[in-house]
Design a protein around this ligand. Structure first.
Ligand code: ZN
Length: 436
């Protein structure tokens, strides 16, 4: 048993997770993988010819805006993948998106109207694989960052790294197997969701449902420095909406109940929950409120991000959010004139390594070795849908997409050279996992 795995089984704590993030790279060892077969060499030869096709598909889907709220754009991308997957024998269906209601101040409508998701399946007698990716990006339709470009081997554009490049890699790995006649009687499902960047609030149930029906999960999120992420923090989000009472700031200040003042106290309490020792962070990322300088603010709201290494910390933080919501800090008495609406969602559990997921990771590193690449291992504070599927028991790898950097910013870019490399690795990995 690997030392790191032994530690994670016996001493799993936030501190140990932090230590592992430092030591894991050195501890990762290569599993024994048999050498490449002639069939696999045929797969690789086909993939080697596909770079221009992959780039062209990535250009097409990058130039279609698919911010999480852009239902039309996400629908266009979904239609492209539906056609491509049906062309290689998958049956497809739409999984209904949904409307997520959150409390909000008048005039700041934050309800999320989420687009449909795409499920594609081939059934067979093989091992059962679930391939996942998200079609949405963080860039809305009115973002200045909209266009694909490529210069000197660097691809730029919204979502090229997170994670439209990964969608192309997933598709071409399947096309490669299909080309060599290797998809017959194989059990593979592809789930492309529309809402990962807002926390998979609509697709979570579908992801968890599919996870229970498969043996392995592969998520094609981008990779930084060719690292695979072994463990991830859990994520939560909360909205605090304080409703106060408006009043004239000069003539009747004493009759007002300032929602901004109350929210300000709550923000300090929330930010004070951050504890780097245990790895828990609370970030009040967005705040708004008030209607005029000379009016006591009738409403104020905050949008809060939570990260936590262990499930129990997430639940404790939720209880603390509720207590902060209930407590009135700004006026000395409880009052019907001021109240707080709270919405909390622990939308991603922590991704905690298991024996099965470590084995999948080791095998992927070993397959990368057969293909001449060096794959590193690290931990991350960021979440993916792989956290949801791993938490319900599906061993999941989640960084199989394009190598790049600058996700969620206009610096987003990806390496052209990693297209063939990542697709080759994905095709061989999928092929070998199906044989089990
Ligand atoms: Zn992503």
């Amino acid at each position: 048993m690997r030392f790191s795995r032994w530690i994670s089984q016996h001493f799993l704590s936030p501190g140990v997770i932090l230590i592992l993030s430092v030591t894991q790279f050195a501890l990762a060892t290569e599993a024994d993988e048999p050498p490449l077969t002639s069939t696999e060499l045929d797969i690789l030869a086909w993939v080697n010819q596909q770079e221009s096709g992959m780039v062209s598909l990535l250009e097409t889907i990058t130039n279609i805006n698919s911010g999480s709220m852009n239902k039309a754009g996400i629908g266009e991308i979904s239609a492209i993948f539906k056609n491509e997957l049906e062309a290689i024998g998958f049956a497809t269906s739409r999984l209904a998106g949904s409307m997520i209601d959150m409390p909000h101040c008048p005039g700041s409508d934050l309800n999320l109207d989420l687009a449909d998701h795409l499920l594609a399946t081939r059934t067979g007698e093989s091992g059962k694989l679930l391939l996942m990716g998200h079609m949405d990006t963080v860039f809305p339709a009115d973002s200045p960052f909209q266009e694909f470009s490529i210069t000197d081997g660097v691809i730029r554009g919204p979502g090229v790294f997170d994670m439209k490049g990964g969608l192309v890699i997933m598709l071409y790995a399947l096309k490669a197997l299909n080309e060599i006649g290797l998809l017959e009687n194989q059990h593979i499902s592809v789930l492309l969701n529309s809402d990962e960047e807002v926390g998979s609030l609509s697709s979570r149930t579908y992801l968890e449902e599919q996870a229970r029906l498969h043996d392995y999960g592969l998520v094609f999120e981008g990779t930084v420095n060719n690292n695979q992420i072994r463990q991830r923090k859990g994520l939560g989000q909360a909205r605090f909406v304080v409703n106060g009472r408006a009043s004239h700031a000069g003539a009747a200040h004493q009759d007002g109940r300032s929602a901004i003042r109350e929210l300000a106290y709550k923000i300090i309490e929330l930010e004070n929950m951050t504890d780097y020792e245990t790895g828990l962070t609370v970030n009040v990322g967005m705040v708004s409120g008030g209607e005029a300088r000379n009016m006591v603010a009738p409403c104020a709201e905050a949008y809060v991000d939570l990260r936590y290494p262990l499930p129990s910390q997430g639940e404790a933080a939720r209880r603390q959010f509720e207590a902060i919501g209930r407590t009135l800090f700004s006026v000395p008495r409880t009052s019907d004139d001021i109240n707080t609406e709270l919405w909390v969602n622990l939308h991603r559990p922590p991704k905690i390594a298991t024996i099965e997921s470590d084995l999948l990771l080791d095998r992927t590193i070993a397959i990368g070795g057969l293909l001449g690449e060096q794959i590193g291992v690290t931990d991350s504070g960021g979440g993916t849908d792989g956290s949801l599927t791993q938490a319900v028991g599906l061993p999941t790898l989640d960084s199989l997409g394009l190598m790049g950097s600058g996700g969620h910013s206009q610096r987003e870019q990806a390496n052209l050279s990693s297209f063939v490399q990542a697709t080759s690795r994905a095709a061989i990995l999928i092929y070998r996992l199906l044989k089990e």
